[in-house]
Design a protein around this ligand. Structure first.
Ligand SMILES: *Cc1c(COP(=O)(O)O)cnc(C)c1O
Length: 392
């Protein structure tokens, strides 16, 4: 693969990261060693949450979070259509049914008014969801206080898909604190805010959920004396108590994640500075509208997304092609999940979430990563503005 001159996102790896990984490779433990719990503790401290369970990726964390909340056949899970497919697939892994709640046009986040209406309808039909997975799109939290109110009223559990949002905050609290949710999950894929190569984590304040996540990520096995159902046979003894998986994170990955975590504040500051700069540049552009950031939120700006207003869909496509032909990896996040061929098989049709589809017709993701220089950023915005002037 030939990389773009200016990708839409990229990792930043330094000497400290290399040394951290090399130290693990020279140690006795490549996996199931001390660095994974060290990484977990650092995440829990950073998010001001009681428990943190590291896993091989965020998709695994979503899967096990659903299982830990006892999602199974006959249950319903709702999520946002403007997300990566993993936010929905996790429900299907558990044999549950998935459904989608429409978004807000200006943030791309799950719309709490649409959610309330859908819940009222579902209540009448006796088809309320067991779990809702709000997705903190592009790094900005959903309106979690309102979603938690609805959870109390309609009796559902909440998994925050914060794959985009580590380092962001809501009402002044770190995303991942789980004040308004049962579980929050983060992704450490290289395109996200910090990376461990592949990796993910689930945070929770509920001890029984943390315990279940830990068992599920390692085959459903425990050797904790407090949990055994019969006396130990000896020092080799362990018990498999439930059907689990091997979704463990290695110490090699955890060491990279831990080293990256020490740079999280700087990464998020750089991203915010770049976003502010983009916002300022586009202030005078009549057909470029950046996403709205709400007062109670600080975005981690995993993505910098704009909407193109009064621009035909064919022109938006040409625009992305034009930027790409100039070495700038403009992108589009996301295709509404239910429009994927796999999801259409469940009977979802175009028109199901009209705002999500309108959003999809307007959205454009521009390059955003801590090492993006101001002159590269100026090149991106100039190319975009010139294209729009020439084509609209
Ligand atoms: C990246 C991403 C995931 C999956 O993360 P992995 O660590 O790659 O499994 C899930 N949800 C959203 C919203 C994502 O962006």
């Amino acid at each position: 693969m030939k990389p773009f001159k200016i990708p839409y996102g990229r990792q930043e790896i330094d000497e400290q990261d290399l040394a951290a990984v090399a130290n693990v490779l020279k140690s006795d433990w490549l996996t199931q060693g001390p660095v994974v719990p060290e990484f977990e503790e650092a995440i829990a401290k950073r998010c001001n949450v009681n428990y943190s369970v590291a896993m091989s990726n965020a998709t695994a964390a979503l899967h096990l979070s659903c299982l830990a909340l006892e999602v199974g056949p006959g249950d319903l899970v709702w999520t946002s259509p403007i997300s990566f497919v993993a936010s929905a697939n996790c429900a299907l892994y558990c044999g549950a049914e998935i459904d989608f709640v429409d978004v807000e046009l200006v943030t791309g986040n799950l719309c709490t008014k649409a959610l309330q209406e859908k819940l009222l309808e579902a209540k009448k039909k006796n088809k309320l969801p067991k779990v809702i997975i709000p997705v903190h799109f592009a790094g900005q939290s959903c309106d979690m206080a309102r979603i938690a109110e609805l959870a109390a009223e309609f009796n559902f559990k909440i998994i925050e898909d914060a794959s985009h949002a580590i380092g962001g905050s809501y009402e002044g609290r770190a995303i991942g604190s789980c004040l308004y949710s049962d579980i929050t999950i983060f992704s450490f894929h290289p395109v996200k805010i910090i990376t461990s190569g592949e990796g993910g984590v689930a945070t929770t304040n509920r001890p029984e959920v943390a315990k279940r996540l830990k068992m599920l990520r390692s085959h459903g096995i425990t050797s904790d004396p407090d949990d055994l159902t019969e006396p130990s046979h000896g020092p080799w003894y362990y018990q498999q108590q439930i059907l689990g998986f091997n979704y463990r994170l290695t110490d090699i990955h955890a060491a990279l994640g831990l080293s990256q975590l020490s740079k999280l504040d700087r990464f998020v500051e750089n991203r915010n500075a770049l976003a502010k700069r983009y916002d300022k540049i586009f202030l005078t552009a009549k057909n470029i509208k950046p996403l709205t950031i709400n007062d109670m939120c600080r975005s981690s700006y995993h993505l910098y997304v704009v909407r193109l207003l009064n621009v035909e869909i064919g022109i938006r496509k040409k625009c992305i092609e034009f930027l790409r032909s100039n070495g700038i990896a403009a992108h589009l996040h996301y295709i509404p999940i239910y429009l994927q061929p796999f999801y259409k098989k469940f009977g979802f049709k175009a028109g199901y979430c009209p705002i999500a589809e309108l959003y999809y017709s307007q959205a454009l993701t521009l390059p955003m990563y801590p090492s993006l220089t101001y002159s590269q950023q100026d090149e991106v915005s100039k190319k975009l503005e010139l294209f729009l002037i020439a084509n609209t």
